[in-house]
Every structure is written in structure tokens, then in C-alpha cells.
Design a protein around this ligand. Structure first.
Ligand SMILES: NC(=O)c1ccc[n+]([C@@H]2O[C@H](COP(=O)([O-])OP(=O)(O)OC[C@H]3O[C@@H](n4cnc5c(N)ncnc54)[C@H](O)[C@@H]3O)[C@@H](O)[C@H]2O)c1
Length: 449
């Protein structure tokens, strides 16, 4: 099938490339000319493991092209995916202006009947509004929804080996097109769920809100655990092994971030309020998340309160490992709290530095590696769980530091190794450990999301 994908960001690029690898002819469209030019040169503007290689292969086989020319892409394609951003709007809710702009362009340029697949995450009911916008187009435009559940860092695997694929269509024609596109994955046995457009839209929001809720749930409990001497990591295993609960997204830390959870929870809260429904639960999810970042910063400041000009190393800036995405990254609020309290912050991230610099500017000291970041600091705070941070030689780290405090914002470090090196270990919702001490009753590492 000839497919256009409008928007070559994380979702558009990954979906377009994966659709090409399923055998479709794909034209990726973006308004950002620099982005399209760099893709044309084989340079991938985002960091996503495996994506660059897959784009190169698909482009070489002639199945994947990039352009800024929406009209051409729409006219050459029978199906158009829209994967533009739907950021938070200042009034609350989702800003759908980019989505509507591309929908209007599709309607204007359509030269035959088309299927418009909304891939962007949109508030339930948006498909209805899009259908109204395109109903007077010269040619029939069928509007369907196909929410994307990929996670940055494992995006290709998530697209090609999904837990499920959701088809949101209000007509059998729309459903048939989606089936044809995803037939190679249907043949491989992946689960497909067909439902109404509004249900598909809501499924995406509900999934993100549920995951955010689990994170805030465990983060709220982590505060109590810290006060009563319980270990939230033990509690996590104690509950996560219950099949009714499951282990995913129960890791305490510095709070959720990224381009999806914060904005989707906020949009859901807003939409519920529009209908006069008080979002007791989701409002709390947001508040817990904000508090988690500030409490973490406060604890770091407390540990260096006797240093006249404290220096703090921030290990990791991206909202999670294996991405360069800084959108709503917890590191930003944490760093701003530290800086506004007078601390000198030095930071390092293997992939997120360029994007972080656009947000934080000259407020902090940018460093070229972990040693430089750590040297002469009073405290080190791990904020993103990059694997290279976890496998440190802690004696070496201790020798670089001026102070002795390690803050593990992701509960991912081997605490015994840290304290063995003569350092204090502070985690989230776990007892504080002094230099040389071990963790009583430690249950070790358990795989969980
Ligand atoms: N990033 C994720 O992990 C993820 C996962 C699932 C769903 N989503 C959803 O997918 C959507 C896209 O997210 P993203 O992270 O890929 O966004 P992004 O900001 O990385 O990419 C969007 C791209 O669309 C382009 N664009 C904007 N208007 C355009 C237009 N009129 N024509 C052509 N191109 C246009 C922008 O230049 C940009 O390159 C959002 O709704 C998001 O919530 C994101």
C-alpha cells in the first residue's frame, strides 16, 4: 500500500520506517525542512536504538522517502497517517492545532478517496471533530484511529512486536484498510482489537494514565516507607509478584516524565473537568509526581547544607535511558530547585545534552563525561538510569568527589558497592545507608518495569 506519514518525530519516524519494513511504500512528511534534509542524507535527528539502521535499509530498498511536500505525499498515497505532536495547550487539555492543520491539508490536497489514520494521541472525541472537518472535501476521507503504544528506547521492537494493536473505526471500510496495513503483523499472531474510534482514542489515554497512576502510587508509598524504615523495593516485589497486580511500572523514583504521561494525564484531567467530573484520582497522580521531584531536590540540598558553595553532579538528564528526549524530564525541575537554592550544578547525559541545553541554557555547568561531572562535587544525584551509570567503579567515584553523598533517583545502584567505597547511599523510599554499612534484609535485584 502507498502510505504517507505526516510528522517525522519519534512516532512518525518509527511508524513510517516500520510500515516500510512491513512492505509498504512510505513517504514521510515533515514541515521541518532541516529534519527532512538530514533524513535525506541518512542522518537521523533523534536517538532511538536501531532506527538509523532500519531507515538506511528501507530507504536503500526504495520503500521509504522523506519530503516537505504534503500535497505530493497525499496525492501519491491512499492512506495517510497523522503523527504530529499534540502538546499541552496553555488553556489545559491538548493543543490540537498541528493535528487540525495537517488534517486540513490532507482534505485540501486529496485527489481521490483516502483513509486518514490518526496516530497522534488525541483526546477521546477528536476523531469525530476531524471527520467533521474533512466531510466537505472533494473526495471521501475515512477517519480512523490507530493509537501508538511504543516506548522511546524500545520503539522498533514495540511497533514490530506489539502487545496488541488497536483499530478504532466506525465503518467496516475503515477497519478493512487498517487490517490490510497490519496484515503482516496479524499473520504473525499479534493481537488485534477492533473498536469504535472514540474507544480507541480513550484506550491510549487510559493506558498512559494507568501507568502514570502506578508510578505515583508507588512514589507516594515510598514517602511513607522512608519514614517508617521500610524498603519500597521489597514492597514492590511483595506486591508486584501478585499476578493480579503484576510487576510493571511500580518502581519508585524521581517521578514520571517524557512527552506522553504528563501531557496525557493533564489532558484527561482537563477533559473530565469539561464534563463536570472531578478527577480525584488523576489530579492526585499529578500532585504526587510534582512532589516527588521537589522532595528529591530538597533531600540533596539537606545533605550539602553545611557546604558554603555546594557543587552537585547530576548524572542523566533525559527523561529515561536510551533516549535523548528531554520533554518534561524530571531532571529539569530538580536542577531548577537546586540552582535556585544556590547550588552549582554540573551535569552529564550520554544522549540528552543538546536537548537539555536548549531548556537549561547557562544555568548549569555542562560536562563531557562522568568523571568531569563528578570531580569536586559534594553530592552525586543519579536522575536517569543509563546502564553506564549503574556499572561504576565506586572507589574511583569516591576519589573524584569532595563530599560523600550519592542519591539514587532510580533505585538502580548496587547500594553495597556504594557504601563499601566510603559513601553515603540515599535512595527513594529505602533506608539511608552510611559508609561501610550493608542493607539488612536486602532482596537484591528483581526485574520489573
Ligand atoms: N514519543 C512517544 O513516545 C509517543 C508514543 C506514543 C504516542 N505518541 C504521540 O504521538 C504524537 C507525536 O509524538 P512525537 O513524540 O512523535 O512528536 P514529535 O514532536 O517528536 O514529532 C512531531 C513532528 O511533526 C512535525 N509536524 C508538525 N506539524 C506538521 C505538519 N502540519 N505537517 C508535517 N509535519 C508536521 C514536527 O515538525 C515534528 O517533527 C503525539 O500525539 C504523542 O502524544 C508519542
Amino acid at each position: 500500500m502507498n502510505i504517507a506519514v505526516i510528522g517525522c518525530g519519534y512516532v512518525g519516524l518509527v511508524s513510517g520506517t516500520c510500515l516500510a519494513s512491513l512492505g509498504h511504500n512510505v513517504i514521510g512528511v515533515d514541515v521541518d525542512k532541516r529534519r527532512v534534509d538530514s533524513l535525506g542524507r541518512g542522518e537521523v535527528p533523534i536517538y532511538e536504538p536501531g532506527l538509523s539502521e532500519l531507515i538506511t535499509t528501507q530507504a536503500a530498498q526504495g520503500r521509504l522517502k522523506f519530503t516537505t511536500d504534503t500535497a505530493m505525499a497525499v496525492q501519491k498515497s491512499s492512506t495517510i497517517f497523522v503523527a504530529v505532536g499534540t502538546p499541552p495547550s496553555p488553556a489545559g487539555g491538548a493543543d490540537l492545532s498541528m493535528l487540525f492543520a495537517s488534517v486540513d491539508e490532507i482534505a485540501r490536497h486529496a485527489n481521490s478517496a483516502k483513509t486518514l489514520v490518526i496516530k497522534s494521541t488525541v483526546p477521546p472525541g477528536t476523531g469525530e471533530e476531524v471527520a467533521r472537518r474533512v466531510k466537505d472535501a472533494k473526495h471521501k476521507i475515512e477517519v480512523v484511529n490507530n493509537p501508538e503504544f511504543l516506548r522511546e528506547g524500545t520503539a522498533i521492537q514495540d511497533f514490530m512486536q506489539p502487545d496488541r494493536i488497536v483499530f478504532g473505526a466506525n465503518t467496516t471500510e475503515g477497519l478493512a484498510v487498517l487490517r490490510e496495513i497490519f496484515q503482516p503483523l496479524i499473520d504473525r499472531g499479534f493481537a488485534i482489537f477492533s473498536m469504535s474510534r472514540a474507544s480507541a482514542e480513550m484506550s491510549k489515554f487510559a493506558a498512559n494514565a494507568m501507568l502514570a497512576m502506578r508510578i505515583s502510587f508507588v512514589n507516594e508509598l515510598s514517602m511513607l516507607a522512608a519514614n517508617i524504615g521500610a524498603d519500597i523495593e521489597s514492597v514492590r516485589v511483595g506486591i508486584g509478584t501478585d499476578k493480579r497486580i503484576g510487576p510493571g511500572f511500580l518502581k519508585a523514583g524521581v517521578g514520571y516524565g517524557g512527552s506522553c504521561f504528563p501531557k496525557d494525564v493533564a489532558a484527561l484531567v482537563y477533559q473530565m473537568q469539561q464534563f463536570g467530573i472531578e478527577p480525584y484520582l488523576l489530579g492526585g497522580v499529578e500532585k504526587v509526581n510534582q512532589r516527588q521531584k521537589l522532595v528529591f531536590a530538597r533531600r540533596i540540598l539537606q545533605s550539602v547544607k553545611d557546604c558554603p558553595k555546594p557543587q552537585i553532579a547530576i548524572w542523566g538528564l533525559a527523561f529515561k535511558s536510551d533516549t535523548d528526549d528531554m520533554r518534561e524530564a524530571p531532571s529539569v525541575d530538580i536542577i531548577r530547585s537546586l540552582v535556585s537554592a544556590g547550588a552549582i550544578v554540573k551535569a552529564y547525559d550520554p544522549q540528552g545534552m543538546a536537548n537539555a541545553r536548549k531548556i537549561l541554557g547557562d544555568a548549569i555547568v555542562w560536562t563531557g563525561g562522568l568523571d568531569e561531572c563528578t570531580r569536586d562535587t559534594d553530592a552525586v544525584a543519579l536522575v536517569t538510569d543509563w546502564p553506564e551509570f549503574i556499572t561504576q567503579d565506586w572507589k574511583h567515584i569516591a576519589s573524584l568527589m569532595r563530599g560523600k553523598h550519592i542519591f539514587d533517583g532510580r533505585n538502580c545502584l548496587a547500594s553495597g558497592k556504594v557504601t563499601e567505597a566510603g559513601l553515603y547511599y540515599h535512595a527513594v523510599g529505602r533506608p539511608e545507608l552510611e559508609p561501610g554499612s550493608g542493607r539488612p534484609g536486602s532482596m537484591g535485584v528483581v526485574a520489573a518495569g
